[in-house]
Write a protein that binds this ligand. Structure first.
Ligand SMILES: NC(=O)c1ccc[n+]([C@@H]2O[C@H](COP(=O)([O-])OP(=O)(O)OC[C@H]3O[C@@H](n4cnc5c(N)ncnc54)[C@H](O)[C@@H]3O)[C@@H](O)[C@H]2O)c1
Length: 356
């Protein structure tokens, strides 16, 4: 068992997630899941879930092939057992195995703006060549489901008329802007996935996540929630780039993964779905205040000029999903409000850093 799975907070989340998927038990029974990006934030929760299912719920254990090249993830925490196997693999190389595969979740990517501006070519490679390799594997293995993890970034900086944003909005993306390596490669990968569905009948599902957060995000990830929490724990000021009026809709990891797996097991193919929590649209300033209120000592907020173009004019003004499409396909009612989600995340960081 590795350190994060041993976490009280994460194991609580994982058993709660397994409970919300109780009616899908037979979809896991004896099946093989290949997960890319398994060392990342979302990938690890999926690994913990499969391990929990094997240890507590399934009669016939599921198998897992977990791929990551650890360009970002934590290799030392990855532990294999007889059914669940970690393999260090860069998905821009084809992956070969004799194992039958039932489901592929392609969650490898470079999602943090700080890292994708540092590694733009790797960011595009994992999302274009990596997705192509996984689609070829899905086709060869005749999988039951292939899920691609896209992003709300495909909408760019949406016009106010399209917020909350439905899947039908075509986006307002800058072709050469500082976020383009991420946004444009996700857009390309989506049409690649749809083409494999249309031409080869690969049962593809695309999810567009809106700011998923929760325990297990690396402190040096530089996405806003771990960044705020790290500063608050060090009793340093939270730093907000610019005026802090831009909004995001934050979605707790359990809510995002419950929807992801229900969609993976659904019969709807060849479609993209927003996954997020529109009830949690909040400005950066108000997010800062929400974090402040969860600490029992004063935490300051500093406004600073954006350190990089990715956080300046190219930073989308509003992000809020319209989730009516996914709700027409699966039962989906996000259950974690901001206070509960942030509270669990802060508790996990305290547990992880051994702060009482
Ligand atoms: N977390 C979010 O809010 C969010 C929002 C939108 C989209 N997404 C997408 O969901 C997926 C998972 O996101 P996350 O938050 O877990 O990100 P993450 O950065 O925590 O994890 C991604 C993992 O992919 C691995 N990876 C990168 N390139 C690889 C390669 N070439 N071969 C093998 N592994 C590789 C990294 O090492 C890392 O462990 C990504 O595709 C991301 O773009 C996430």
């Amino acid at each position: 068992m590795d350190s994060k799975y041993a976490s009280k907070i994460i194991s609580g989340d994982v058993s709660d997630l397994a409970g919300s998927l109780a009616e899908y038990k037979e979809k896991f029974e004896g099946k093989c899941f290949l997960i890319t990006g398994a060392g990342g934030f979302l990938g690890k929760y999926l690994v913990y879930l499969l391990r929990y299912m094997n240890e507590n719920i399934l009669t016939k254990p599921c198998k897992g092939l977990f791929l990551d090249n650890f360009v970002i993830g934590d290799e030392e925490e990855m532990v294999s057992d007889g059914n669940l196997i970690f393999i260090r693999h860069n998905v821009i190389e084809p992956f070969e195995t004799d194992q039958n595969i039932d489901y592929i979740i392609h969650a490898a990517g470079i999602a943090s703006p700080l890292y994708y501006t540092k590694f733009p070519i790797e960011t595009m490679d994992v999302t274009t060549i990596g997705t192509r390799n996984m689609l070829e594997l899905a086709r060869a293995k005749n999988v039951k489901g292939f899920l691609f993890t896209s992003s709300s970034e495909v909408y760019g900086d949406p016009d106010d008329k399209f917020v909350p944003t439905p899947e039908t909005y075509n986006g307002n993306v800058s072709i050469y802007g500082p976020r383009a390596c991420y946004d444009e490669s996700k857009r390309f990968a989506e049409i690649l996935c749809l083409s494999f569905y249309r031409v080869y009948d690969v049962p593809v599902k695309i999810v567009r996540y809106f700011n998923v957060f929760g325990p297990g995000m690396r402190l040096n990830d530089y996405r806003v929630i771990p960044n705020f929490i790290e500063h608050a724990l060090r009793k340093e000021a939270l730093t907000i780039h610019g005026n802090g009026e831009n909004t995001r809709s934050y979605c707790y990891i359990n809510d995002a993964l419950e929807a992801t797996l229900k969609l993976l097991f659904s019969i709807v193919n060849g479609e993209a779905f927003n996954i997020g929590n529109p009830a949690l649209e909040i400005s950066l300033n108000d997010l800062g205040k929400a974090v402040q209120e969860l600490f029992d000592y004063p935490v300051r907020i500093n406004h600073v000029p954006p350190p990089h173009a990715v956080y300046a004019s190219s930073d989308p003004k509003r992000r809020c999903p319209d989730i009516s499409k996914i709700r027409s396909v699966i039962q989906y009612n996000p259950r974690y409000d901001l206070k509960k989600g942030l509270g669990r995340t802060i508790d996990w960081y305290k547990e992880f850093l051994k702060i009482s």
